[in-house]
Design a protein around this ligand. Sequence first.
Ligand code: SF4
Length: 670
Amino acid sequence: MPEIIRTTCPYCGVGCGVIAARLDQSAPWTVKGDPEHPANYGKLCVKGSALAETLDLDGRLLHPLISGNRASWDEALDLVAETFSTAVREHGPDSVAFYVSGQLLTEDYYAANKLMKGFIGSGNIDTNSRLCMSSTVAGHVRAFGSDTVPGCYEDLDLADLVVLVGSNAAWCHPVAFQRTLAAKARRPEMRIVVVDPRRTATAECADLHLAIRPGSDAILFNGLLAHLKGEETQLDVGVPLDQIVQFFSWFADTEKTVTVWSQGINQSSSGTDKVDAIINCHLQTGRIGRPGMGPFSLTGQPNAMGGREVGGLANMLAAHMGFDEASIDRVGRFWNATQMAGKPGLKAVDMFKAVAEGKIKALWIMCTNPAVSMPEADLVKSAIAACPFVVISECEANTDTARLAHVKLPALTWGEKDGTVTNSERRISRQRPFLPAPGEAKGDWWIITQVARRMGFGPAFAWNGPGEIFDEFCRLTAFENASTRDLDLSGLVGADYAAIEPIQWPVRAPGQGTARLFADGRFYHADGKARMLDITPRPPARAADLAFPLILNTGRMRDQWHTMTRTGRAARLAAHAPEPVLLVHPKDALRFRLSDGGLARVSGNRTSVVLRVALDPGQRIGEVFAPIHWNDQTASSAVIGSLIDAATDPHSGQPELKQAPVLVEPLEAA
Ligand code: SF4
């Protein structure tokens, strides 16, 4: 009997629909794109199409472990609940913290957030999405009064000009980029502009590539804004003037313009300002929320957006509410909270600093690997190792972080777990299970719920499944004046969870999603108006100097995802880039005595990593690039995060992951 399950890809924020199928119970599962899913209409990138090759159980955490010894679920859950309760009792609510992940499903996120902010009484829950898109959240809130993506993927089909800023979408959001290229193939007069210091695969497809000086994005968009206003402007962004004139002229003359951005904008110590410098240009021209036009951020992770919705960020409550008095009161009453957090908690970088300072007595890390992925990863790893009590809920047994944990709780992963995710265009889709739970692994929502009950909060955590959690979340969005907020899911209250079709919020009536917002000129600030922020561009936190003369940019490879815990299982994905390489401009290679294919030591303030050099004339002179995926287990000494300082954006707390001064030496001379 054939089996067919419609679900959603677990990798990037494009959120492609996936069909998992097998002919009968003895046949292997196959994966293909869902032709009916509006994010991808059947297309998948190479990562998505290799999903069926990543389903084996090698390296999986299959049973609860306490200090490395197998334990029962009851023993492990009792220990976690008791230790967290004791820490809260003896040291206060802010002595504990959850560090969670954009890989969690919305229901998992909601449960964790409710436990920490409504019952433990602290804001100390933050997510690895802090590293990915929190500058966009802060930029949206400042400009629109809400964290709202105004447009949708269809705008990429309809635009006459697509500007991609700090986004290698060809590799990092491939299906969305393929839509753009398909639109250009249909309408050759459509133009693509790429703003990126590197000549990436995306830039190769552009009509115009502005290889600006790293960090000068706000100068460029401030200049564009002045041009749109008819004012004089002077720019120094490190590219020839005729290219700037061309870009400004195309932008000014093209009504249907979409500006897409991603980590190159967000991962900056002035990321929020850069986001608002871009949004300013769309507000100035009124190109927002109408077909084929608007500012559009691409989220990195599959459910970064869902985390934003339910309060996965330490400075937000659930349902897009902030820590203002009315929202604290409203959420607290809805939850019947016993101890409502009264202030924002620690953002990711500050959370691990607090761990290092001994202020966090119990830390629960869910579905993420901060010992590799955080800036100053070496210090983060030491801090976790020194924390009195660390819990991980994970599917992998031996991540760099898992190896430091006192208690390991086996979690379900993609193909096994059940819930919802939201993609970059606000589209909620179901992730549905098609595989049995391996070993004793459980859903994250279940694990959190069990701990909450053991901490004495049973009545508020009485859910029997993710569908009940989703329904509670939808009811919260509709609770008291939902119409004054963007995230209104009242049309999904009481929906048949098993049958929910992909739909974009707000959903104000059953089956009626919303493709675009703000076309009516009404925003979510109290006066209904948007804000054009006056942006003063700031350089990166640290410049290159004599000791560290090159700037290290970091990012993703086409065929890998995060720390490769899933993509590393597929041999054909590894073939694209079997090891991490340092991309170096040939002139820099000459200057620093580096040879193509030779090994180089890359040194930051505290640590070094060793990488193979690849010459790349697409690099800007003075800048090198390394991928983020590898770690001490998958490559010799290659935790790139240890080279990066934890400088953060003052508004968003997002770290500057793309501009780290480094010294690069040939290994034999190091
Ligand atoms: Fe998955 Fe993103 Fe590729 Fe779509 S584009 S298949 S969501 S990795």
